[in-house]
Design a protein around this ligand. Structure first.
Ligand code: SF4
Length: 231
């Protein structure tokens, strides 16, 4: 337990009609959000291999978050991991270097992993709901997460994890398509498609809310026991 320290305005367009998006970033981009385009795009992404998927994300401009990013943040780790950790989106440091969960929150995540005998990069993959940094570290908008979701779906299909850990409310709510609170979602086994999923707090939240570290420890123990039962 010591590892944990326990001791833009986005407008949806009408189907089939081009539209502009005011991102609050003093620029506009055109996004085709028609059902046909979405279907074709989803189908295309769901057939990509790792290399193609990484290249696609790197060049993606499907939502306004592309406009202010320095780097896309695809994900990091073992591409055949049993454990998949999913956060909400890159922060400033992640945006700078293109890797998820660096800085203080990343260090805490590494400590959380160590607490259950895991290590970044070894049987663990880490990524986010959105691959580009939301301005001022705000939560991703619904439509941004929706546009980015085919990439995450494809990552999950390629990794085939045994267990997904949703880090924080945004990840949990997007993966489980619910508005339920994190306190209601914790402590239960959920499923993403047929993959078991457990919800815990985001490390950045735990840095501000030390009292909840003991709950995160409970979640990690639950996750470890669940993984054992899956073997
Ligand atoms: S957040 Fe996702 S959908 Fe939006 S531009 Fe970045 S990669 Fe594309």
């Amino acid at each position: 337990m010591h590892e944990l320290g326990l001791t833009p305005i986005w407008r949806k367009k009408q189907s089939g009609v081009s539209t502009s998006v005011n991102t609050n970033l003093h620029s506009t981009i055109a996004i085709d959000d028609s059902d046909d385009h979405r279907f074709d795009r989803d189908k295309h992404i769901l057939n990509l291999n790792w290399q193609q998927l990484k290249a696609e994300v790197e060049n993606c401009h499907a939502c306004p978050l592309s406009q202010a990013r320095l780097h896309t943040v695809f994900g990091v780790g073992d591409e055949q991991a049993d454990w998949l950790f999913i956060g909400e989106g890159p922060g400033a440091r992640e945006d700078e270097i293109g890797e998820p969960f660096v800085g203080q929150a990343g260090k805490l995540l590494d400590s959380m992993l160590a607490a259950i005998q895991l290590k970044r990069g070894s049987n663990v993959y880490i990524t986010n709901i959105v691959k580009c940094r939301p301005p001022n570290n705000r939560n991703p908008e619904f439509n941004e997460a929706e546009q980015c979701s085919p990439y995450l779906k494809r990552q999950i299909a390629l990794i085939k994890p045994k267990l997904i850990i949703a880090l924080g409310k945004v990840a949990a709510q997007n993966l489980l398509t619910t508005n339920d609170s994190i306190s209601n979602l914790r402590g239960r086994l959920h499923y993403y498609s047929d993959i078991p999923l457990i919800v815990t707090y985001h490390p950045a939240y735990l840095l501000r809310s030390l009292m909840d570290k003991s709950k995160a420890w409970e979640d990690l123990c639950f996750a470890k026991a669940t993984m054992e039962s899956l073997k």
